[in-house]
Design a protein around this ligand. Structure first.
Ligand code: PEP
Ligand code: MN
Length: 366
């Protein structure tokens, strides 16, 4: 199902010069006028035209650097004036929106914690109603696609037609190297449902470390996303927030100009290759999740085997398998999946379940 958002194409926003990627860069936080201007100059020097800087910072603990607040908006104006840059910042409520409108901020983004909150999203949508400011919506912290779409719908209903999304990954309890779990599947699902939405990846907040920026940016490009939002600071180690994940403008220039492989869609042959790579990257992700699903299914099957053993019950119950298969085949028909293939697949899965339960019953597996 493709969704119906009423959008103005990103090519008409006057922000980005193609080709891919469209880049938004700048410090996690605006800290001082000097820091912001030095970073902005470094970025403008190699053709970055859209500057990000957090003015109000959502921090986990109180008492840290919670952003410079409204005075920083004047510094953004200076970057607009002196460097001709477009500037953007995060808004998390109507007061922020009002300040951004007052100071002529060119674009705003919604942070992951805010997207997860429909009350705040409605408040922001109402505050933006009637303005022409483009809005980029980060995914919610939890992997809930509907919450993400709901936030987009609220903005769109309020009349925001210059809309885009930023994928920054999800909070997870798993032990992974990244700060947030990429969860690319959800990004792909959103892309499939709203192919016309401009799509940015945020490898900085996804990875949480400079060392992951290239691989995550590359993945985003290979999936065919059109933009990157990357944190850059003139002196990253001294940054007041997110020091570990920021790059100097020079380092960012190398990453974007020399390391990142962006296949250009000029010729038909290349276009073909690019599509194949994107599709393969999607297949890899789906296969990984198929494996996880299979593993989860097998472990439940083992638990059932254990339970049957404790209660002295036989492994096969006539009727259970037939009704399970009927159910699968019925759903398969609705999804237009070939019946012969489904029978084969589920017979194999069933056979493996029975084998595992047999091992448990005869004591070869504990
Ligand atoms: C940010 O972009 O500075 C930020 C706080 O990001 P997120 O909402 O993704 O955590
Ligand atoms: Mn940050």
């Amino acid at each position: 199902m493709t969704g119906n958002l009423d959008l103005i194409p990103v090519s008409e926003w006057g922000f980005f010069t193609l080709p891919r990627p469209m880049v938004i860069a700048g410090p996690c936080s605006a800290e001082s006028e000097e820091q912001l201007m030095e970073t902005a100059r470094g970025l403008a020097a190699f053709g970055i035209h859209v500057l990000r800087a957090g003015i109000w910072k959502p921090r986990t603990h109180p008492g840290g650097f919670e952003g410079i607040g409204a005075p920083g908006l004047k510094w953004l104006q200076r970057a607009q004036r002196e460097l001709g840059m477009k500037v953007c910042t995060e808004v998390a409520g109507e007061r922020h929106v009002a300040e951004c409108i007052k100071y002529g901020v060119d674009m705003v983004w919604i942070g992951a914690r805010t997207t997860a909150n429909p009350f705040l999203m409605q408040e922001i949508a109402d505050a933006l109603s009637g303005s022409d400011i483009p809005v980029l919506v980060k995914n919610p912290v939890n992997p809930d696609l509907d919450l993400w779409i709901g936030a987009l719908e609220r903005l769109n209903r309020a009349g925001v037609r210059k809309l885009g999304v930023i994928h920054r990954g999800f909070t997870t309890m798993k032990n992974i190297p990244y700060r947030n779990e990429p969860g690319w599947r959800i990004a792909i699902e959103l892309r499939t449902r709203f192919p016309q939405l401009p799509f940015f990846a945020d490898p900085s907040h996804m990875g949480g470390s400079r060392k992951y920026l290239l691989e995550l940016s590359q993945r985003a490009m290979d999936l065919g996303l059109e933009g990157l939002m990357i944190e850059s600071h003139c002196n990253p180690d001294c940054a007041l927030s997110d020091a570990k994940q920021q790059l100097t403008p020079k380092e960012l220039e190398v990453l974007l100009g020399e390391q990142l492989q962006v296949r250009d869609a000029d010729s038909d042959a290349r276009d073909y290759r690019e599509n194949i790579d994107q599709l393969r990257a999607r297949i890899d992700i789906i296969d990984e999740s198929l494996l996880e699903t299979l593993k989860a299914r097998m472990s439940i099957s083992e638990k059932i085997g254990q339970y049957k053993k404790e209660h002295n019950i036989a492994i096969l119950q006539a009727g259970r398998w037939d009704s399970l298969l009927d159910n699968i085949l019925r759903k398969g028909r609705e999804e237009h999946i070939d019946e012969r293939f489904l029978r084969m697949l589920f017979n194999d899965i069933h056979e493996e379940s029975v084998r595992l339960q047999n091992e448990i019953l005869d004591g070869t597996k504990e």
